[in-house]
Design a protein around this ligand. Sequence first.
Ligand code: SAH
Length: 228
Amino acid sequence: MTRPPEDQPLTDPGSSHELAERKMRFLFALRSRGVTDSRVLTAMEMIDRGHFVRGIFADRAYEDMPLPIACGQTISQPSVVGLMTQALAVNPRDTVLEIGTGSGYQAAILSQLARRVYTVDRYRRLVREAGEVFRQLDLANITTIAADGSFGLPDQAPFDRIIVTAAAEDPPGPLLDQLKLGGIMVLPVGQSDTVQSLIKVTRTERGFDYEELRPVRFVPLVEGLGSE
Ligand code: SAH
């Protein structure tokens, strides 16, 4: 999405007309990049990305690009959030596990589609700040946890759906173990400094089916708790 050129009089960024137009272009951009599932689009219309981007980047919340958040992490590109959510094929009765809370944006969208969402991040600060936004928005079906998500959440397992928003070299074993039969996991795999592959793993009677979806770039899945 483009910003008005410098020499044009700036519309008040808070004006409802300007904001409504930005949000409309935001949804249009999602559709044009392949996010076509109407439930996913409705969820992304309900959850305002503006609540999840702070400080100097807040102005760019409705652009289809990743943006920096606290702790050196990023809020993912909205079209990638949409495509991952679509691939996850969430049902209204599902319990979903997300590894990599970050800003909380992805979890908030999942909260519109699932019965319950557990979201884990290795930075306590990100978990706390995302939790505050969830409370403000009254998203009562999200549980936030500060932990190393590569081990999943054995106490709450198994899950209908698992989404990982940080890249590992391979799907972590504990996460595969915590996926229900018929369950789906969507995650980026590959080394952190190169282009990774977004894959969809489905647990079947015979084991696991793997489908490669598209190239992506995510921050790495890192061991242990973060310092903040
Ligand atoms: N889903 C987020 C974007 C996530 S960025 C959003 O919607 O904004 C990736 C996140 O994964 C970062 O916040 C990072 O701290 C977290 N992360 C990396 N390794 C992790 C691990 N082992 N366990 C839990 N979280 C991890």
